[in-house]
Design a protein around this ligand. Structure first.
Ligand code: XUL
Ligand code: CO
Length: 437
């Protein structure tokens, strides 16, 4: 049974193709900088938006046409959806996927039944993985949709809820391991607060760290070797999300002795909500050795909330790939499309158009970034801009060979600081445009 009968396998047809159901830039096996595009980009389809998204919004219910859905959140429907998902991913040529436990299997009437549902569906997913060769990039637990998580999960004021969340993550780690997941993601969900009048801030943060330590302990116990990732997000659903941005999460990990166990999964729309560019967030994580994976999407700057649109902007994808290539790649992480089609794009084929566009935009970004790096114009400019640190007083400061007294003596002799030159931002922006023509 085919769920997308009108769509064949999506193929690379080159930049001149006018077939909207073809890749114009993503050519999986083509080598760029010594590695295939497939290896560089490690694309993943997300289960939640692509197979559970209905297009519902605060103003109305879903209107997406999904002929295979029967409207039930049942185990049977979940089983059918596994077939739908793998047919889609196979036709698209996506090498990876990601899921939340509750995307793939429904909750039962208690934890035992819920876990049994998950096991049943995970078995089918494993079978489809073996049949298609599609792999699991990461699993994660949904610790935010069920009403028990109204006050958060690990940071709930209610210890019972912390206990349930621990049990849920334990199970999800086991399933992720069973499916060969290469990473495991923690997105804060409702870990945050809206008002300090009712919140013990210190206790909540301590509990969050305790939760992460318990996860690290359990992962060692079961021998799960996938990379742990924390996904920062500044606001939505709570006013003050604890994992605000890359800098905040890295400081948190340091403060609680967790740095060696976690990297970050950086999402574009979360970066922009934090008032940063994606490139800033990626660079900040990367220079700290913490860039693990990305959730590729974009927001709408005119709206300013988490619209999770598919990325199509070549400046954005080029900037992403500059940072990613700069650190030698993302593996075992990848590029996960945490993105959804617009409510108005309600037909199944729109799921293909959306992913094709995102994959092509990243493939182009990869090519452009590789060329820019090979030419080295930006890196040469930056190197020269900091040249004063490669000798003289700069080198002494960097090598801890200068005290404040030394600096005073040096400047009293010179009288004033010299050597400032233009930052040439406009010239550099023009250079970048040369590559994007
Ligand atoms: C929410 C979000 C999540 C995480 C996984 O904004 O990005 O879907 O990626 O829980
Ligand atoms: Co995300």
């Amino acid at each position: 049974m085919a769920y997308f009968p009108d769509v064949d396998k999506i193929r690379y047809e080159g930049p001149d193709s006018t077939n909207p159901l073809s890749f114009r830039h993503y050519n999986a096996d083509e080598k760029v900088d010594g590695k295939s595009m497939k290896e560089h980009l490690r694309f993943a389809v997300c289960w939640w938006h692509t197979f559970r998204g209905t297009g519902s919004d605060p103003f109305g219910p879903g209107c997406a046409v999904r002929p295979w859905e029967d409207g039930a959140d049942s185990v049977d429907m979940a089983a059918k959806r596994v077939k739908v998902a793998f047919e889609f991913m196979e036709k698209l040529g996506a090498p990876f996927y990601c899921f939340h436990d509750r995307d793939v299997a429904p909750e039962g009437k208690n934890l035992r039944e819920t876990n049994a549902n998950l096991d049943k569906i995970a078995k089918l997913m494993k079978g489809e993985q073996e049949r298609t060769g599609i792999k699991l990039l990461w699993g994660t637990a949904n610790l935010f949709s069920n009403r028990r998580y109204v006050h958060g999960a690990a940071t709930s004021c209610n210890a019972e809820v912390f206990a349930y969340a621990g049990a849920q993550v334990k199970k999800c780690l086991e399933v992720t391991k069973e499916l060969g997941g290469q990473n495991y993601v923690f997105w804060g969900g409702r870990e945050g607060y809206s008002n300090l009048y009712n919140t013990d801030l210190k206790r909540e943060l301590d509990h969050l760290a305790k939760f992460f330590h318990l996860a690290v302990d359990y992962r060692k116990k079961i021998g799960f070797t996938g990379q742990f990732l924390i996904e920062p997000k500044p606001k939505e659903p709570t006013v003050h999300q604890y994992d605000f941005d890359a800098a905040n999460v890295i400081a948190f990990l340091r403060g609680y002795g967790l740095t060696e166990h976690f990297k970050l999964n950086i999402e574009t729309n979360h970066a922009t909500l934090a008032g940063h560019t994606m490139m800033h967030e990626l660079a900040y994580a990367s220079i700290n050795g913490h860039l693990g994976s990305i959730d590729a999407n974009r927001g709408d700057l005119l709206l300013g909330w988490d619209t999770d649109q598919f990325p199509t902007d070549l400046y954005l994808t080029t900037q992403c790939m500059l940072v990613i290539l700069g650190q030698g790649g993302l593996a075992p992480g990848g590029v996960n499309f945490d993105a959804k089609v617009r409510r108005e794009s309600f037909e199944p084929v729109d799921l293909f158009h959306a992913h094709i566009g995102g994959m092509d935009a990243f493939a182009q970004g990869l090519r452009i970034a590789a060329k820019m790096r090979a030419d080295g114009l930006l890196s040469k400019f930056v190197k020269e801009r900091y040249g004063s640190w490669d000798g003289g007083i700069g080198q002494k400061i960097e090598k801890d060979q200068a005290t404040f007294e030394d600096l005073e003596k040096y400047m009293l002799e010179k009288g004033d600081a010299a050597g400032n030159v233009s930052g040439r931002q406009e010239m550099l922006e023009n250079i970048v445009n040369r590559y994007l023509r």
